[in-house]
Ligand binder design. Structure first.
Ligand code: HEC
Length: 163
């Protein structure tokens, strides 16, 4: 009887350890806030919430793209933007007050490495809290409209990012 109890306790502990391992990417917990709109898998909802899957890794591979992504999370974004043939006329509320620099880097690293794993290049350089702090300090404006102007420049200089 006692043995059976010990075996079932061991099973409970093992399952708990497994669930814990799945949830230890700090970005996965933080991303729940984004998933309300962009969905858990980052696929978005066509016409309402743009996808992060299939393009965020490519955006993060460019210098301006890295700045743009920090600006969007920090200050939000106001449309119109296009991804492929779909236009979004939405407004993303600023998320800056919800996350510190470390959390912004965890969130972006999770979005690239887990949600967009297929596109993430092997030489991809993860964000650090220090880089996020530097980008925030260098942004000339902290506004959704400024994110939109960065998106416009990015679309003009690297149109392949949003195909
Ligand atoms: C309340 C809904 C909502 C939440 C929450 C939200 N977003 Fe957004 N997000 C949007 C909308 C709407 C847009 C497009 C805005 C537009 O049309 O200009 C957008 C755009 C973006 C873009 C730009 C995509 C592109 O193609 O340029 C990124 C990146 C992004 N969101 C990441 C995130 C992350 C990361 C989080 C969590 C910290 C988050 N969003 C939370 C609604 C949301």
């Amino acid at each position: 009887m006692k043995q059976l109890f010990l075996i079932s306790m061991a099973a409970v502990l093992f399952n708990t350890a497994l669930a814990y391992a799945e949830n230890t990417d700090p970005g996965s917990v933080l991303f729940q806030r984004c998933a309300a709109c962009h969905q858990t898998d980052g696929q978005g909802i066509p016409g309402a919430f743009p996808p992060l899957k299939n393009n965020i890794a490519n955006i993060a591979a460019t210098d301006l793209g890295r700045i743009y992504l920090v600006s969007v999370i920090n200050a939000g974004l106001i449309g119109p933007i296009s991804v492929g043939d779909t236009t979004y006329m939405g407004v993303m509320p600023a998320q800056g007050s919800a996350f510190d620099d470390q959390e912004v880097s965890d969130l972006l690293n999770y979005s690239v490495q887990v949600l967009d794993a297929k596109q993430a290049a092997s030489q991809w350089k993860p964000y650090t809290a220090k880089e996020v702090a530097g980008i925030k300090a260098a942004l000339s404006q902290n506004s959704a409209a400024h994110s939109a102007s960065l998106r416009k420049t990015l679309t003009e200089t690297s149109p392949q990012l949003f195909k």
